[in-house]
Ligand binder design. Structure first.
Ligand code: FCB
Length: 449
């Protein structure tokens, strides 16, 4: 048995739009994901989050499942359009009251609430004013952070401002795969969105510190370790370029307080709209960094590629891939943690998401057996334990996700849960991986395989 340190936090993660449903209940305003998912052709089979896992109404039942699992922490996000349906004001008391009840019920069950303020569901009215392209949004976000943390700051001890700025910027404004679905190939929009997300983060951090002084404050980043496809000089150079862009560009503003100097000039007029003083706010020290780890990037040189990086992603023939077509590569977690620790020295790290989509189906007795997910989790936890044994300050682990849920543009076609959701009845069926995780939590350790 590989033991984790005493006090290591075992959690599960989710986000508001992916599970809550009840999109018109108790005064919630429209979000960009409502608008996007209701636009024909944007999501698989036209799926929307209108009902999702109906968690808004079933949260007490879901917390019972968490308690039975032995969960010590639950990471969820607040839906901004429930709190400030018009983006700015007035405050919607019924929306705040929902999160109040959620937090209280978690605390009563002995589960520590870890809150993310933004997991992609911007109020539509703010997008109508330019959304993340409009610099004023940073003040709107700081106001929203103020309202929420005044109300919950006595009980919430871990606040994250944003989930995955990279996805907000790249998928929202460059590829257009996610809301608000812009496809600006000059990169100017992605860079502006990224910069304003970070500015909003920088403005919210002191607000959270003031309203919730006993809490720890951080951000969730998706940084994938990058490897060259072959040992050739061209591929190694391609991997380096890709890494500087991927980790450097999207993570260093907040981890180092600067955009990488070698990348900035590549953008010319499409560079981020920096103003004096921005980077001091953006780079203010954090208490923790949340890392969402699923896979790695394998990259080759490609002089014909349309993008300025001249790289392409490569499939590894000998590897196993998940239902998302993401390579299963547990050793990448070790390489990622080693790199983050060495380059950025965060005080504390949480694995804020880790898990896999598999094509799970109930058997004839209605049980859901998911041995590939068990193997995935087992392998990643084993690597994590080794990293911690080498003094990398990882304080907790959050499996993505407790429930199968709305997987953004993939709709309900991808199942990440350790609990199966039958969307026609909303019945929850704990999978084999739920029992596996229960054993891990009980033992505070994982068997060596
Ligand atoms: C992450 C997102 C999360 C979920 C997982 C599978 O990028 O943060 O909402 O979609 O991927």
């Amino acid at each position: 048995m590989l033991q984790f340190p005493p006090g290591f936090v075992w959690g599960a993660a989710a986000s508001a739009y992916q599970i809550e449903g009840a999109v018109k209940t108790d005064g919630r305003g429209e979000s960009i994901w409502d608008r996007f998912s209701h636009t024909p052709g944007k999501t698989f089979n036209g799926a929307t989050g209108d009902v999702a896992c109906d968690h808004y109404r079933r949260f007490a039942e879901d917390i019972r499942l968490m308690a039975e699992l032995g969960l010590q922490a639950y990471r969820f996000s607040i839906a901004w359009p429930r709190i400030l349906p018009d983006g700015k004001g007035p405050i919607n008391e019924r929306g705040l009251a929902f999160y109040d009840r959620l937090v209280d019920t978690l605390c009563q069950a002995g589960i520590d609430p870890h809150v993310a303020l933004y997991h992609w569901d911007l109020p539509q009215v703010l997008d109508d004013e330019g959304g993340w392209l409009n610099r004023e949004i940073a003040d709107r976000f700081a106001h929203y952070a103020d309202v929420v943390s005044r109300r919950l700051g006595d009980r919430v001890k871990h606040w994250a401002t944003f989930n995955e700025p990279l996805c907000i910027a790249l998928l929202g404004y460059f590829t257009g795969e996610q809301a608000p679905g812009h496809r600006d190939q000059t990169f100017a929009e992605a860079n502006a969105a990224l910069h304003h997300v970070y500015l909003a983060h920088g403005k919210a951090v002191p607000v959270l510190r003031a309203n919730s002084p006993a809490s720890k404050i951080g951000i969730m980043l998706n940084i994938y370790p990058v490897y060259p496809a072959t040992d050739s000089e061209a591929d190694r150079a391609a991997a380096f370029r890709f890494e500087r862009f991927h980790t450097g560009w999207f993570a260093e503003p907040v981890l180092k307080g600067a955009y990488p100097a070698e990348v900035f000039p590549l953008f010319g007029p499409a560079a981020p709209p920096l103003q004096p003083g921005d980077m001091e706010l953006i780079g203010a020290p954090l208490d923790f960094v949340g890392l969402n780890y699923y896979s790695r990037m394998v990259v080759a040189d490609d002089p014909t590629a349309p993008d300025p990086l001249k790289t392409k992603m490569v499939h590894v023939a000998s590897s196993e891939y998940t239902d998302m077509d993401w390579e299963i590569y547990p050793a990448g977690l070790r390489d990622l943690l080693t790199m983050i620790d060495r380059e950025y020295h965060p005080q504390e790290i949480y694995i804020a998401e880790n898990g896999c989509a598999m094509p799970d189906v109930p058997d004839s007795q209605g049980r859901v057996h998911d041995p590939r997910r068990v193997a995935y989790l087992q392998a990643h936890l084993q690597v994590l334990q080794q990293a911690i044994a080498q003094d990398i300050p990882v304080k907790g682990y959050f499996v993505w996700s407790l429930l199968d849920n709305f997987e953004w543009s993939f709709g309900y076609s991808k199942r990440f849960g350790i609990v199966y959701v039958d969307y026609t009845t909303q019945r929850r069926i704990p999978k084999t991986s739920y029992r596996f995780y229960q054993d891990v939590i009980r033992a505070n350790g994982v068997a060596e395989v």
